[in-house]
Design a protein around this ligand. Structure first.
Ligand SMILES: *Cc1c(COP(=O)(O)O)cnc(C)c1O
Length: 367
C-alpha cells in the first residue's frame, strides 16, 4: 500500500497560461509578477523560472530577492516595501535590485549613501489606502530630491496601491485613480497602480506597469459572485496553479447519534461512512474550515464533519459510499476553487495559499 500524503501539485503550464491571459487584458503594459511570500506558497524560485517573459518580479523582503538572484534570475526585482535599513543599499546596488521609496527615512538614507552605482527607485504615493506611501503634498519634495540624487537612476517610476479594487460597488477606487492621475499626469515617468483586481476590473488603472499576484496563480481576486461573470471572461479562463491533494487513510462506519473528532463537534444524524483524509492545519489546511466545507473524493463533493486536526480531517462519505482507503482527496485547486474554501474558513485565498507548510510535498507538472 502507498498513500499519497499532503501534496501540492504545481502546474507550470497553468501559470504560463494565466500569465498570457493577463497579458491579453493589458497587452501594451509591462508586467511585474508578484512573488512575495514564497510565490504565494507555490515556491519562489520555481515560479520565477516559469515566467521568463515577466518584465520584473516583485517581492516583499530582501532575502526573497537575494534567493531569486542566487537561483540565477536575471530580470529586474523590486522590493515592494523598499529597504529596511541603510546597510541594505549597498546590497541592492551589487545585486541590481530595485526599491520602492515610501517614507522620509528611506529618502534620507538614499540621499546620504555612498553607492558604486545608482539604484532604480519606484516612488510610492499614498492615494487613499493609508498604508504605505508618501502623502500627496510631499510628492514634489520627494520627486525633486530623488530626481537630483546621484544615487538614483533616472527616470523614476511613480506608483500607488489600491485598497478596494476587488469591490466594484464602492467609489474608493475611482477616487484613488483620479488622485493618482492628477498628481502624476504632467510627468513622463512610467506609472503603476494595478494589482490583480484592478487589472481585471479597473482598466483605467493599468498605466505602464501592472502588478499581478493572485490572478497569476489562477485565483480570482474579486468578491464578485460568479453569476456576474460571462463565459469568455478572464476569470473563467484562468486555471489554478496549485491543486492540494492527499488521500483517504481510513473509512469508518458510524451509527446515528455518534460523534466525530475533538470536542465531539459533530454528531451523525444517520448511519454513515466517515472518511479520514491525511491533511490538517499542520499542512496549512485552515483549522477554521467549518462543518460542510467541501472536499473532492473520487470527483464527488463531500462535507467536512468535525474539527480539523493537525494531521487529519474527517469527511462524511455517505451511507452508500464505495470510497476506499488510498483514494485521492482534493482539498482545493482544479475542480474545487480555493476561493470557495476560503469562504468556508472565513478567510481569503491569499492566506490559504501562502500558509502551505514545509511538510507538504511538492509535485511539479507540465514544466
Ligand atoms: C501583493 C502586491 C500586489 C499583488 O496583489 P494581488 O492582489 O495578489 O494581485 C501588487 N502590488 C503590491 C504593491 C503588492 O504588495
Amino acid at each position: 500500500m502507498t498513500f499519497r500524503t499532503a501534496t501540492a501539485v504545481i502546474d507550470c503550464q497553468a501559470l504560463v497560461d494565466n500569465f498570457n491571459i493577463i497579458k491579453g487584458l493589458a497587452p501594451k503594459t509591462k508586467m511585474l509578477a508578484v512573488l512575495k511570500a514564497n510565490g504565494y506558497g507555490h515556491g519562489l524560485e520555481r515560479i520565477a523560472k516559469v515566467l521568463p517573459h515577466a518584465d520584473a518580479f516583485g517581492v516583499a523582503r530582501i532575502d526573497e530577492a537575494l534567493a531569486l538572484r542566487a537561483a540565477g534570475i536575471i530580470q529586474p526585482i523590486v522590493l515592494l516595501e523598499g529597504f529596511f535599513s541603510p546597510d541594505e543599499l549597498a546590497i541592492l546596488a551589487v545585486n541590481d535590485l530595485q526599491t520602492i521609496v515610501h517614507n522620509q527615512e528611506q529618502l534620507t538614507a538614499i540621499s546620504q549613501a555612498q553607492l558604486d552605482r545608482p539604484l532604480k527607485v519606484w516612488l510610492k504615493i499614498d492615494t487613499g489606502m493609508h498604508r504605505l506611501g508618501i502623502n500627496p503634498d510631499e510628492f514634489s519634495h520627494f520627486y525633486k530630491l530623488l530626481s537630483q540624487s546621484e544615487n538614483v537612476q533616472q527616470p523614476l517610476i511613480l506608483m500607488s496601491h489600491l485598497g478596494c479594487a476587488d469591490d466594484v460597488e464602492t467609489d474608493t477606487t475611482t477616487h484613488q485613480i483620479a488622485l493618482f492621475e492628477q498628481l502624476t499626469s504632467e510627468f513622463n515617468e512610467e506609472k503603476s497602480l494595478a494589482n490583480s483586481a484592478a487589472i481585471y476590473a479597473w482598466p483605467t488603472a493599468r498605466f505602464d506597469w501592472i502588478r499581478p499576484g493572485l490572478m497569476l496563480y489562477g485565483v480570482s481576486p474579486m468578491t464578485l459572485s460568479s453569476d456576474k461573470i460571462s463565459g469568455d471572461d478572464a476569470l473563467v479562463k484562468i486555471t489554478p496553479v496549485m491543486t492540494l491533494q492527499s488521500s483517504l487513510i481510513a473509512v469508518r462506519k458510524i451509527t446515528a447519534g455518534e460523534t466525530v473528532g475533538y470536542g465531539s463537534a459533530w454528531t451523525a444524524k444517520k448511519d454513515t461512512n466517515i472518511g479520514v483524509v491525511a491533511i490538517g492545519y499542520g499542512d496549512g489546511y485552515p483549522r477554521h474550515a467549518t462543518n460542510g466545507t467541501p472536499v473532492l473524493i473520487n470527483g464527488r463533493r463531500v462535507p467536512i464533519v468535525g474539527r480539523v486536526s493537525m494531521d487529519m480531517i474527517t469527511v462524511d462519505l455517505g451511507c452508500s459510499s464505495q470510497d476506499s482507503v488510498g483514494d485521492l482527496a482534493t482539498l482545493w485547486g482544479k475542480g474545487l476553487p480555493v476561493e470557495e474554501i476560503a469562504q468556508w474558513a472565513t478567510t481569503i485565498p491569499y492566506e490559504l495559499l501562502c500558509n502551505i507548510t514545509r511538510r507538504v510535498q511538492i509535485e511539479v507538472i507540465n514544466n
